[in-house]
Design a protein around this ligand. Structure first.
Ligand SMILES: Nc1ncnc2c1ncn2[C@@H]1O[C@H](COP(=O)(O)OP(=O)(O)O)[C@@H](O)[C@H]1O
Ligand SMILES: CC(=O)OP(=O)(O)O
Ligand SMILES: [Mg+2]
Length: 397
């Protein structure tokens, strides 16, 4: 009996299979370089077993995510048998969902309505769910949400300073990357020790999308992302925090349409926009171009600013944890962020920072108060675990 997980992003499609306890992985893989960017290499589809043995490596002829999903579904059908549940990462669950839910017609309708709130993610997540539902009709298809982990935040934390009726219409701060935060948060007491692990911890997820979350006693109390996955930190191609007056000016004085503005904020800004070179941190770090350095510096400054702002919500900080692609691999970025937060008491151990690549590790001096950590995330593992928990709760159904 198997649980499949599907994490359909804007440019990557990640998948995995687990035994139905949701803890023991069987295989994983991804299709990368999807989407509109023709400057990227052609889409690559690879998969390997949990023990690292290669199962497949091939190049796909087309870039569009729907075709990639069909390829994946056909391949999975030959590789994975007895699928009990498919756990789909759906980034936006709106105010309604604070837990995983079965994807029936009504849930699909509601979640389709949230597409404008997550245009880079929601359409792919839902398209993946529909395609796999056709391919595997006997399995339970569950939606697991990025926003769900943040539903513990107080009403005050969820508010914008807008009229009350807009809050009631759902214009509020939701927060994202919740599967990643939950995965890391569940490890905090074990890794950081009971006292600090249950204390005031800020987790920074630095991937293509980037955000930070204040976690107290394992629960989200505030996050840098809000109504959409645009707010907060600078990202690969998204702008992060911006004066809304800029948008009015673009529209009224520079004749940008709303589609132009969406394209600018989601696809042409962030590391890509500032550097003019790439959305990819690896490429920017490898470049000697001043524009690449400027983009990395702004990335660090904006991340540090958001972290400092979250400390207000958590009422102090006992530990800062880095995770996701950049957070796990880039000693340069971690150092650039911590340098701007030394006034909070952080003391980086440069050697430990340099040596830590995608492993759980403390990267601060023994005397550093608060402490600094790297904890690798695993959204696939959290998708599988949530599905296993759901199956256990709904055994008789
Ligand atoms: N060794 C590395 N050094 C610097 N950045 C890295 C390294 N490895 C991966 N990254 C960066 O991590 C980011 C992707 O992170 P990831 O968590 O995989 O993103 P996502 O899941 O959102 O696609 C990219 O900017 C990539 O360049
Ligand atoms: C919500 C979000 O930004 O996700 P990702 O980092 O996968 O793009
Ligand atoms: Mg990601």
């Amino acid at each position: 009996m198997t649980i499949l997980t599907l994490n359909a992003g804007s440019a990557t499609l990640k998948f995995a299979a687990y035994f139905d306890d949701g803890e023991r992985p069987l295989l994983h893989g991804q299709i990368e370089h999807l989407g509109p960017s023709t400057s990227d290499p052609p889409p690559r589809f690879y998969a390997c077993r949990a023990d690292g043995q290669h199962l497949l490596e091939t190049v796909l002829p087309q870039r569009d995510p729907e075709t990639a999903l069909h390829h994946l579904a056909a391949w999975l059908e030959t590789e994975v048998s007895s699928v009990t549940a498919v756990s789909h990462r759906i980034v936006h669950g709106g105010p309604r969902y604070s837990r995983p839910t079965l994807l029936d017609d009504e849930a699909f309708d509601y979640l389709e309505g949230l597409v404008p709130l997550a245009p880079l993610h929601q359409p792919h997540g839902l398209a993946g769910a529909r395609i796999l539902q056709q391919q595997l009709p006997q399995a339970r298809h569950l939606a697991c949400f990025d926003t769900a982990f943040h539903r513990t935040q107080s009403e005050l934390q969820q508010r914008y300073a807008l009229p009350e009726e807009l809050f009631r219409l759902g214009i509020r701060r939701y927060g994202f990357h919740g599967l990643s935060y939950q995965y890391v948060a569940e490890q905090l007491p074990q890794v950081l020790g009971e006292r600090i692990g249950r204390g005031r911890v800020i987790i920074v997820h630095l991937g293509n999308g980037a955000s930070a979350c204040a976690v107290v006693n394992g629960r989200s109390i505030a996050s840098s992302m809000g109504f959409t996955a645009l707010e907060g930190l600078m990202m690969g191609s998204r702008c992060g925090r911006i004066d809304p007056g800029v948008l009015l000016y673009l529209q009224d004085s520079l004749d940008f349409s709303s589609a132009d503005i969406a394209d600018l904020l989601y696809r042409r800004s962030g590391l890509l926009g500032v550097s003019g070179i790439s959305h990819d941190m690896r490429q920017l770090q490898a470049s000697a171009h001043p524009a690449a350095r400027r983009a990395v510096e702004l990335f660090c400054l904006m991340a540090a600013r958001e972290i400092a702002s979250l400390v207000v919500s958590s009422g102090g900080i006992d530990a800062l944890v880095f995770t996701a692609g950049i957070g796990e691999h880039s000693a340069l970025v971690r150092a650039g962020i911590v340098e701007r937060l030394e006034w909070l008491g952080f003391r980086l151990d440069p050697e430990a920072n340099h040596q830590t690549i995608a492993t759980t590790s403390c990267i601060s001096d023994p005397g550093s108060q608060p402490s600094l950590w790297v904890i690798p995330t695993n959204e696939e593992a959290m998708l599988a675990r949530q599905a296993a928990r759901w199956l256990e709760e709904h055994q008789s159904a």
